[in-house]
Write a protein that binds this ligand. Structure first.
Ligand SMILES: [Zn+2]
Length: 323
């Protein structure tokens, strides 16, 4: 049963977009051209999931260009706010060598390691939590669109190269006129609690020692979210859960997931991890988790993830450290 304390605590940092997506304007080619020719329009340049950001004082902002100053590239309408149209352009980041984008490590940035004033290339995992609501929303939208366009150039029916329309939100096949829309893959992520109110954490086979999170998995065709929660937990650790409760969602465009967060109650406690998916799995009481974090033997996902929010909601407050 859903109880009062099962309200997600803390912000979902990738679900903060404030801008009106203005979907009704996307199909209006004349409006799109007029908006682009307006020097007050603002353009976020996106390259392989990265954009330019700049720190000023205690704030980190996306570097936005006037259309005339933006590089050439595929253009997406992100929305309109206070009369200003916001676009993304998929193109190399001005002033940044390609190797700097491709070779970047993806650890989260802190204010401290973001140089003052100078534009730097950064991805969503690094700065999703540092940017303000507007810029975080713009970047999530742009990253998701860019990733979709990069892998959906051809018509799935006949193989003809498709044409970008509707401000980047549709691809149309010139041969058979079929329309293709950006794809989002729903994935459930669930915090499993046992009867003693312990939390289940597990480590993926590729993850380093000490790095654990809650379970997650993709929803299969023809399956409800609740059924996916029950199935994934059974498959991954051999635990039976009941009563899945939805707490919130946020996009996770790496490349196209939508994470749907749940709590679920375990009716069994013996863990039998599936070796292909899970290297180890353990139950944690609140005291055990706090102690393991303190000693450094456990590290939790970063605050930009919904996993972190679900764990902190169960815990009842903020926890220390991250990956
Ligand atoms: Zn076609």
């Amino acid at each position: 049963m859903q109880t009062a304390e099962e309200q997600l605590i803390g912000p979902l940092l990738l679900a903060r977009g404030t801008i009106d997506r203005s979907s009704a304007l996307r199909a209006d080619e004349r409006w799109l051209e007029r908006a682009w020719s307006d020097p007050s329009a603002r353009v976020l340049v996106i390259d392989d999931g990265h954009t330019l950001v700049r720190r000023s004082g205690d704030e980190v902002h996306a570097v936005l260009f006037a259309p005339a100053d933006a590089p050439q590239g595929e253009r997406y309408l992100l929305g309109v706010e206070d009369g200003t149209a916001y676009f993304a352009v998929a193109a190399p980041l001005p002033g940044i060598a390609k190797s700097e984008v491709n070779g970047r490590v993806t650890i989260p940035m802190s204010l401290r390691d973001t140089p003052e004033g100078q534009p730097v290339a950064a991805g969503l995992r690094q700065v999703g939590g540092l940017l303000g609501d507007r810029d975080a929303g713009l970047l999530v939208h742009a990253v998701a669109l860019e990733a979709w366009h990069a892998t959906h150039e051809f018509c799935p029916r006949c193989g003809t190269r498709t044409v970008v329309q509707a401000g980047g939100h549709v691809r149309v096949c010139p041969h058979d006129s079929s329309q293709h829309f950006p794809r989002v893959d729903p994935a459930v992520i669930m915090l499993v609690r046992d009867e003693a109110d312990r939390c289940l954490l597990a480590r993926g086979p590729q993850w380093p020692q000490g790095r654990l999170s809650i379970l997650a998995g993709f929803v299969e065709p023809g399956e409800s979210l609740e059924a996916a929660v029950v199935r994934e937990v059974a498959e991954e650790v051999g635990i039976v859960v009941t009563n899945p409760r939805y707490l919130g969602s946020q996009p996770w465009p790496f490349p196209r997931s939508l994470m749907l967060g749940f709590f679920a109650d375990a009716t069994t406690t013996t863990l039998t991890p599936d070796a292909d998916e899970i290297a180890e799995a353990h139950w944690y009481s609140r005291e055990e988790m706090a102690r393991a974090l303190e000693s450094g033997e456990l590290r939790l996902p970063p605050p930009v993830s919904i996993a972190r929010r679900l764990i902190e909601t169960w815990y009842g407050g903020e926890l220390i450290g991250d990956w």
